[in-house]
Design a protein around this ligand. Sequence first.
Ligand code: NAD
Length: 419
Amino acid sequence: MATIEWRSPASEMAVQQFDIAAEKLKLDKNVAGRLRRPDRALIVSVPTRMDDGRVHVFTGYRVQHNDVLGPFKGGIRYHPDVNLGEVSALAMWMTWKCSLVGLPLGGAKGGIACDPRRLSRNELQGMTRRYTAEILNFIGPEVDIPAPDMGTNDQVMAWVMDTYSQHRGYAVPGVVTGKPVDIGGTVGRREATGRGVVYMIMEAAEHLGIDLGKCTAAVQGLGNVGMTTARELAALGVKIVGASDTSGGVWNAQGLAVHDLALYKEKNGYLKGFPSGESLSGTEILEIKCDILIPAASEMQITAGNAPRLKCRILAEGANGPTTPEADRMLSENGVFVIPDILANAGGVIVSYFEWVQDLQNFFWTEDEVRNRLRGILNRAFQEVLSMSQKEKVDMRLAALIIGVRRVARAMLWRGLYA
Ligand code: NAD
């Protein structure tokens, strides 16, 4: 983003990726100038009554990058490192992601700088409701539809939906996705992102002639996305040899039982101390020997510093922005097949789109319908990206960005810049 307000390592990286695609596409300069920065960025103060009686003021954000294809869509992140630049980068990636997989939605993101693990349920609820009240006039089923991201879940989405509905005076389930099924959520949303990652790994394996039944995998970030990915890969016969979260990692060449990892994490809240394996640091996990590596934590984990040491054949980006452009070049030279974030983790927003459609129609689908439609959209997108990468002789990330950015740019040229 050209201006100082949005500048951060993540937003610089998102713009750098965009510029590479814009140059390849010979994008109209006015359109490119506009797409380098968001439509709108809100910073809000979120006073929250803490359990000890104090009022703590958190800082919240909502950044809307582009809505030329449809209403803004994007998650809400609760994490201590959340800042305007990070949220802006994530909003931009959402624009390309929705466009790449052909959804009639634009890109947005939001978040609060906080550590949700240190907040009680009461504090979390109060903070979420006040944040929602602060962004109330900027969200809505026709305007901007939030969803879960790191540190948020279906309960948080239920509070967002309830707060919005209380202010409107009637139930508005379509204001968020990733809600519990009981209040208008869809079946299959919680698992959607991880499931999508696995569908994309299956496509990549078929393209590369790899037998998944003989593969090993490691997952950085055993949360919503990472855990589902590990579980579904294990169900296909892939041996999970490494896993990590913020507390550290565990490695076992004989394979880790995903069910036990999930139970241990549920009981203790973290992975540290998991008994059947060797301990690793959160970053060492990226360098272990495995066929498939899944970063499913945060941005900029794979850099020029560690990219040469990665030993995987397939890198499937469950997280948003885990790989820097310098690392991308090195991975490409080393023959690592990268399934880029805007394709690999698009399953989440695709099923969020299904949820939104179901809410607007008050007509709900079966889990089979959700799964099959998800797989159909993702597999088609994979083949489009692969063809583009072969035709233009570029890596999968640039191919995905070319498709995503081009669709948005075309729509902008039809509609005009209203300058
Ligand atoms: P989550 O909060 O459920 O899980 C995140 C996990 O990562 C936690 O276990 C945390 O301990 C771990 N973690 C954080 N930093 C780490 C680090 N440096 N090293 C190792 N582990 C670390 O979050 P999530 O919803 O699973 O999201 C994970 C990533 O996937 C994010 O980049 C998010 O933007 C992306 N994503 C999520 C969705 C979704 O539907 N939830 C959709 C698309 C993309």
